[in-house]
Design a protein around this ligand. Structure first.
Ligand SMILES: [Zn+2]
Length: 134
């Protein structure tokens, strides 16, 4: 009797976790193009002594230029982003942040799932502590 109720229950903690993981997978599939990194503003001097950027008292540097920075395979990369592309790049940076957030959620849920499936005290078979021999 108790056993059949447990089998029919479709809202166990494990099933709730599986539904959350499925929802994350669907959100990952729906992600738009992404790019890692962040965009910062950069001001520069050109070196021409007659230019406003070299003015001894009130230098007005060139810019702002938008500089994209990210780390790829352990190496830092910097690229200047054309003004016309800044908005599109910012969208990709936001999509990447969303991707990382979803991955973090998936990992957390996977750990919780593992706790239920492998380490919970009442699961069958896989959770038994090795018996101590006397
Ligand atoms: Zn200049």
């Amino acid at each position: 009797m108790l056993y059949s109720i447990a089998v029919m229950n479709t809202n166990t903690p494990l099933e709730r976790l599986e539904r959350k993981i499925t929802a994350i997978k669907q959100k990952l599939l729906a992600l738009e193009p992404m790019h890692p990194g962040s965009v910062s503003r950069q001001y520069q001097v050109c070196g021409n002594p007659a230019c406003k950027c070299m003015h001894p008292k009130k230098p007005r540097k060139h810019g702002p230029y938008r500089k994209l920075s990210y780390v790829y395979r352990g190496k830092p990369v910097c690229r200047f982003v054309r003004a016309a592309c800044v908005d599109a790049m910012n969208e990709r940076l936001a999509a990447y942040k969303k991707f990382r957030s979803l991955m973090d959620q998936w990992i957390e849920l996977s750990i919780q799932r593992g706790m239920i499936e492998f380490f919970a005290p009442n699961t069958k078979g896989t959770d038994r502590k090795p018996r101590q021999s006397k």
